[in-house]
Ligand binder design. Structure first.
Ligand SMILES: NC(=O)c1ccc[n+]([C@@H]2O[C@H](COP(=O)([O-])OP(=O)(O)OC[C@H]3O[C@@H](n4cnc5c(N)ncnc54)[C@H](O)[C@@H]3O)[C@@H](O)[C@H]2O)c1
Ligand SMILES: [Zn+2]
Length: 365
């Protein structure tokens, strides 16, 4: 089976990323190959109950085949599990099992598992090595790349975290077979985001391949993941610690998208909100005078990929605006919008007048 491989070099770490069918059943050998044999005397597999029931035995068998007996730590599925409580439980587990600096943490699951496990890996003994097997499309093309880890505190997502790059990321598109359609489609929003912000060629590829992508044809899915990995890896290498502003471009569609998530009480998936948020941001780009940033093409593509392009009255403007204000007051200080002059020509704009945000909201209502 074809495997695509790439390395991300950051000042303090190298991450090997592999994309290919069959990587999950081969975890044991892959780990030994990358980390070396003595590294693996102590491995802790962190997963959630759903993913664990599907893949943990395969992973454990594979590790045992490589001579590693993994310990296993399960969390409940869902965003609520990305908590300091679970981090504490995991620290206790590591302590009870005498996991020291030479330990390895293996995250098997979506972004919830990898954010939590990565955060614990980054802080346990000031950092132990970790490996990710992302099992959702969202995590394969976004969460597992870039070394950001986090837990939530009440009322605030992702505010406690650390940059801690994994040593190895094994992306097996075969795992996506069990992922519900709605979650798969929601993940596609991040792919459209990468394309719209960074690559006209990739955007056009989506337009040509939309039917194959939506039908989850293996070749199209493999290519989609590889392309996203290359794009995001490039951004991370150029801005590993979010200092140059380039990483901020990854927020395209996310300012309004996050506000929508809150305004609909998280009843829409993150990717669904980002899809609507990207369209709103494209409208905003036009109303601040940046030109015609391919609004119709963006809408048509999202539609063909089965993503929502409108709110259908679900979230009134006052709720959206107060969510944006809350983010601004809370931590961000100012609200910076990522807008587009055109495909692959992003611009960051602070201080957009409320009136224009209202118009953008109307355009997606
Ligand atoms: N660190 C980053 O850079 C970054 C980037 C984007 C998102 N995130 C974070 O990622 C999280 C969202 O991640 P997610 O969308 O992967 O959600 P998730 O981890 O909650 O997974 C979604 C659901 O799918 C299930 N699931 C996972 N893989 C499956 C599979 N192969 N088959 C069947 N079911 C499966 C899970 O059990 C869960 O119920 C958020 O907390 C977000 O903040 C982090
Ligand atoms: Zn996102």
């Amino acid at each position: 089976v074809f495997t695509h491989q790439l390395a991300i070099q950051t000042p303090r770490a190298t991450t090997i990323i592999k994309v290919g069918q069959g990587l999950v059943p081969a975890v044991g050998n892959e780990l030994l190959g990358t980390l070396g044999p003595d590294a693996l005397s102590r491995a802790v597999l962190v997963t959630d109950a759903t993913v664990g029931a599907l893949y943990a035995d395969t992973v454990s068998d594979s590790l045992r085949g490589g001579g590693i007996t993994p310990l296993r730590f399960d969390i409940e599925p869902g965003e609520g599990s990305k908590s300091l409580d679970n981090a504490s439980r995991l620290y206790r587990f590591l302590s009870d099992n005498r996991i020291a600096r030479d330990g390895v943490i293996i995250a098997l699951g979506g972004g919830v598992v990898s954010d939590l496990a990565g955060f614990v890996a980054g802080t346990w003994m000031r950092g132990v090595r970790w490996v990710v097997c992302p099992t959702t499309l969202e995590s394969q093309i976004d969460a597992a790349i870039g070394g950001k880890t986090a837990v939530n505190i009440p009322g605030a997502k992702n505010l406690v975290g650390a940059f801690h790059h994994p040593a190895l990321v094994l992306m097996d598109p075969g795992c996506l077979k069990t992922l519900p359609d709605r979650d798969f489609r929601a993940g596609l929003a991040e792919s459209v985001k990468h394309a719209a912000v960074f690559s006209t060629e990739f955007f056009e590829w989506h337009e040509r391949s939309a039917a194959a992508i939506a039908a989850r044809e293996p070749a199209a899915v493999q290519e989609l993941i590889e392309w996203n990995v290359r794009i995001k890896a490039g951004v991370i290498e150029r801005d590993p610690y979010e200092r140059t502003g380039e990483r901020m471009l990854l927020n395209f569609g996310h300012t309004i998208g996050h506000a929508i998530e809150q305004a609909v009480n998280f009843e829409l998936r993150h990717g669904e909100c980002v899809a609507i948020g990207m369209l709103a941001a494209a409208h905003l780009s036009r109303s601040v005078g940046l030109g015609e940033p391919a609004i119709d093409r963006l809408r048509a593509l999202l539609d063909r990929l089965g993503l929502p392009t409108g709110l259908r009255q679900r979230a009134p403007f006052n709720k959206i605006m107060s969510a944006i204000q809350r983010d601004k007051k809370g931590v961000a200080g100012t609200t910076r919008f990522v807008l587009l002059e055109d495909l692959a020509r992003p611009v960051i704009r602070p201080d957009i007048p409320e009136d224009l945000i209202r118009q953008a909201h109307e355009s997606v209502t």
